[in-house]
Write a protein that binds this ligand. Structure first.
Ligand code: AHR
Length: 659
């Protein structure tokens, strides 16, 4: 009896899966000698937007929120400690003399009173690491006759002190004071307390705290773990600063790059347009300090080997919001911003804007090749403005490639109109956005197979499969979505003669402060994780290849036959054939692949597999690697490959060509 139970258990594990494995009836043929379309170095890139606390509270490592008292409510993020004394705080507005940094705080302590304090809550707390050095800085000016001592203390969520330092500012003119100290405990939600002791009045501004371990240890720099995740993508380009943030809810709050460079205290803070965009995810404490400004974006692009792709406002505010449009006869300053940006990025240090770049610490040009005009605009007003920008840019900088857009939807009246008009204007690279359900992504793996080869090139600038619906707060970065994106991306790669650039969107989300989901990378104050979608992007980008190889089943590309999607590339740098295979079905399948051609191949191939049996699986901060790449080896017999594709799996096969 027991024997027969063991027997049947054994066979239910061993035999049934084998019988479930279906085979592609005919072989999949890859012509390995055929030199197909060139895959652009920019093919897979990054879309950066300050949404979900991506910049302030995210990659920009500043830990103090509202450091300069510039939020709509000047003390938002701050709590007064010991308010029961006559000591007090007054917010002073100096906008007539200093419009870039209009507010500061005046603290007054009466003789004999105990200390007065301020506590900053950070961006949903401050992530503090045991043993790490923290750099505190503040601008202080003492008024006549006052004496002042400052005690700085980090406290954990129980109120216990986990790091302290003292300062004794004396200057009667504004002066920056700094002090560094180590934290004794790791704490994800610390607060910063500042106690003021003495008598008289003194002014304070730009209260700041940065960890020492920023990316490349740059003072006042970026969060290293988040930049590392970007660098690991080996991105071809970095698009910045968005997204709708470029447009602003109205034109006053549009992104203006010139306000985001130079002295940190002079970067005029504005509201973040995602602040109250969604009633279901209100974030009233979301502003743009521009600590992460255009110079930092260019520097980041350079650090991670990506082409910079700045997107500029084209004289139109977000059409989902005010849809404010600048009249054509007042568009000049907007166009001038674009021309000046090209000079800032590319001209020698002798030029006006090249000199500014040089003074910021980058004498060599950034060698920018692309510029985007407008984000996600639609309608005739956009076409008119795009045409004016293009004329001016091309007259002065004929080699700069201009990226334009077709609006928020990948089909329909507005999309068709934009496509027609942009063709007439000989547009070069056109941005298409797709936020749709996973089925759309599977069905659209053929989207570019029949696109006009004699027209513009495509920038798939924002895409992400939505498990519920676009803007639903319940959308998940689940495996079903990620796998459908992988299937779709085989179609992008197969059509690399048309598709030049692609990026998932949005990029970052703070687990306690997001507005939009799904997102590629999630983080809290200490940790970060790549979603399943992140690993799909990473596998495509890290296994890009330099030219497309034809990969056909019964003379047709694999675009969903039996749930299979595939593409192939040759990488002339590493001399490898790279196959990408997606099995979107619930059944294991054997792909019989024949590599046709004269090239001699190594008999062992490297395989990287991303999979989950459960399409609802989601990586989380607690379980960050539920879906993550696993490497295997595969033996090639002659030029034949029998690759078992697990249910719901995405596999990369890399085969070395022998010299
Ligand atoms: O990625 C989020 C938003 O989606 C972008 O800001 C916008 O361009 C699109 O509508």
């Amino acid at each position: 009896m027991i024997k027969s139970i063991i027997f049947s258990l054994f066979f239910s594990w061993v035999l049934i899966p084998v019988t479930l494995i279906s085979q592609t009836a005919n072989p999949i043929i890859v012509n390995i000698d055929h030199s197909g379309a060139v895959i652009q170095p920019t093919m897979w890139g990054i879309f950066f937007e300050d949404i979900n606390f991506a910049a302030d509270g995210g990659i920009y490592a500043e830990l103090v929120k509202n450091r300069s008292f510039e939020f709509f409510k000047p003390l938002m993020g701050w709590k007064i400690l010991k308010p029961d004394t006559t000591s007090g705080i007054l917010i002073i507005n100096q906008s007539s003399t200093n419009p870039a940094n209009p507010r500061y705080a005046r603290i007054s302590i009466a003789e004999g009173e105990p200390a007065f304090g301020l506590s900053n809550a950070g961006f949903r707390g401050m992530g503090i690491k045991k043993g790490m050095t923290y750099h505190f800085s503040v601008l202080v000016r003492q008024l006549e006759g006052s004496t002042l001592k400052m005690h700085i203390g980090l406290v954990n969520s129980k109120g216990e002190v986990i790091g302290t330092a003292d300062l004794a500012p004396e200057a009667r003119q504004w002066k920056k004071y700094t002090v560094s100290f180590a934290a004794t405990v790791t704490e994800p939600k610390a607060k910063l307390n500042i106690w003021f002791e003495g008598r008289g009045s003194f002014d304070i501004d730009m209260i700041s705290l940065f960890p020492d371990d920023t990316w490349k240890n740059r003072p006042g720099g970026l969060r290293a773990d988040l930049v590392q995740l970007l660098a690991d993508l080996k991105p071809g380009f970095l698009r910045f600063p968005g997204g709708c943030i470029v447009e602003g809810r109205d034109l006053d709050n549009r992104y203006q790059w010139k306000n985001t460079i130079g002295n940190i205290e002079d970067r005029h803070l504005i509201v973040n347009r995602w602040n109250t965009e969604f009633a279901h995810r209100l974030t009233p404490d979301y502003f743009q300090s521009f600590g992460m400004g255009f110079f930092e974006y260019f520097q980041l692009a350079e650090d991670i080997g990506a082409e910079p792709l700045p997107i500029l406002n084209c004289g139109m505010a977000c059409e989902f919001n005010t849809a404010e449009v600048v009249p054509m006869d007042q568009l000049g300053p907007y166009i001038q911003d674009a021309l000046d940006l090209i000079e800032f990025a590319n001209a020698s240090a002798d030029s006006k804007w090249g000199k500014v770049r040089s003074q910021l610490g980058h004498p060599a040009p950034f060698n920018m090749k692309f510029i985007g005009v407008g984000n996600e605009q639609w309608g005739s007003q956009y076409i008119e403005r795009y045409a004016a920008f293009t004329k001016a840019i091309k007259e002065k900088y004929p080699d700069i490639k201009i990226v334009t857009g077709t609006g928020p939807s990948p089909s329909g009246k507005d999309f068709d109109f934009a496509g027609r008009e942009l063709k007439k204007l000989n547009a070069q690279i056109v941005d298409e956005h797709y936020y749709a359900n996973p089925e759309w992504f599977l069905q659209n793996a053929t989207r570019y197979d029949n696109y006009d080869r004699n027209s513009y090139r495509i920038f798939a600038g924002e895409y992400a499969a939505q498990s519920k619906f676009t803007c639903s707060p319940d959308n998940q970065n689940n495996w079903k979505c990620a796998l459908s994106e992988a299937a779709f991306m085989t179609g992008l790669e197969r059509n690399a003669d048309v598709v030049y650039m692609c990026s998932y969107a949005p990029l970052f989300a703070h687990v306690d402060a997001w507005q939009w989901t799904p997102d590629l990378i999630w983080f809290d104050n200490l940790k970060s994780l790549g979603t399943a979608n992140y690993y799909v992007q990473k596998l495509f980008s890290n296994n890009k290849g330099t030219e497309v190889l034809p990969m056909l089943l019964e003379n047709k590309p694999l675009t969903g036959q039996n749930g299979l999607f595939a593409s192939a590339a040759f990488d002339k740098n590493s001399n490898e054939i790279i196959l990408k295979l997606v099995n979107s079905s619930e059944k294991a399948q054997t792909a019989n692949i024949v590599l046709e051609g004269n090239k001699k191949l190594m008999s062992k191939a490297k395989v990287i597999v991303l999979k989950s049996e459960n399409v609802n699986t989601v990586n989380s901060l607690e379980q960050p690697a539920l879906i993550s790449p696993v490497e295997q080896e595969l033996i090639i017999k002659g030029k034949k490959i029998n690759k078992i594709l697990d249910p719901y799996s995405f596999s990369i096969v890399r085969i070395k060509v022998l010299k």
